[in-house]
Ligand binder design. Sequence first.
Ligand SMILES: C[S@@+](CC[C@H](N)C(=O)[O-])C[C@H]1O[C@@H](n2cnc3c(N)ncnc32)[C@H](O)[C@@H]1O
Length: 334
Amino acid sequence: MATYTPTARTCDLLTPRPRVARALDVGTGSGIHALLAARHAKHVVAIDVNDRALAYTALNAGLNAIDNVECRNGSFFDPVEGETFGLIVCNAPFVVSPEQRWAYRDSGFRGDDVTAHVVHEAASHLSKGGYATLLGSWLIVNEDTPEERPADWVKKTGCDAWILTSIESDPLEHAASWNGSFFADSGTYAEALETWTKYIGELGARGVGEGAILLHKRAGRNSLRIDEIDEDSLEDADAQIRRAFANRRVASNGLLDAKIARAMPLRVERELGRKKAEIVLGDGTCSILPTTPEAIELVERLDGKKTLRKLGADKRAVKLCRELLGLGALKILD
Ligand SMILES: C[S@@+](CC[C@H](N)C(=O)[O-])C[C@H]1O[C@@H](n2cnc3c(N)ncnc32)[C@H](O)[C@@H]1O
């Protein structure tokens, strides 16, 4: 199998895996996402600018007896002009960086333009009903609305979107996290920190955000959801993501007359004698939602047979159900 780095793991766990005719892996490296997609796609196109990477992809496909991965050399979406796919995965170089030192990190685009480009191109190469999982990075211009830029990019793409933020760094933290290899050489390290922080300052940013941008192409009025994730506690979120997008079509209406059931394990954490409680998704994004013990008690009674009204749901309970539907932790039954 191809190298399974921490970012490759995040990308894998956040990839919806429906059966599709065609899948695309952009910036394939040694082919990990192409090989994973080959199990549920008839045909996979794997793109990289690096011939050596494509040779490893072909080798890894051969070693795993996979014969439906086609390697194409080129930049980003250039080799698939005019083609569409049911699934697109992209863990290409997305780091906001003033350098052009490493192919896996530095795209050569200014600031976060590379992620804007990937979002735009992925959306236009998705077939109807298709999904994309794109790792990316964005400049934080206003700390009160850190996802303002990716939220703008996903508008007008014809896709429902889910931004899952994993890291928010100030310029110095960002610079330090990408220059750790120079730490032993204090002069070079200080120079790198200076260059990187100055670059981010010149871009007018107060920080840098990083995470996954998920797209689901769907006609009609599109929606956006933003959540934080902890990459270390992620589990396979395939089914959860598909449910979360499906729920958006139904959960926009009033929920009181809906019959709702739990769709994944939910863990409850209550503080004894206090009015505070948390509900934790036991799988997938492992998200944590603060709420009240009463709202949780109602969620525990959801059986898919009685409506929320019949169950006596109050405003807080309805709000919690709406949040859990948005996260794909509950499902609505007819
Ligand atoms: C961070 S690595 C990720 C590799 C693999 N997708 C993974 O998840 O492990 C980024 C890959 O993108 C490739 N790459 C760099 N610039 C590219 C470009 N302009 N177009 C396509 N691929 C590119 C690099 O050669 C490298 O293999």
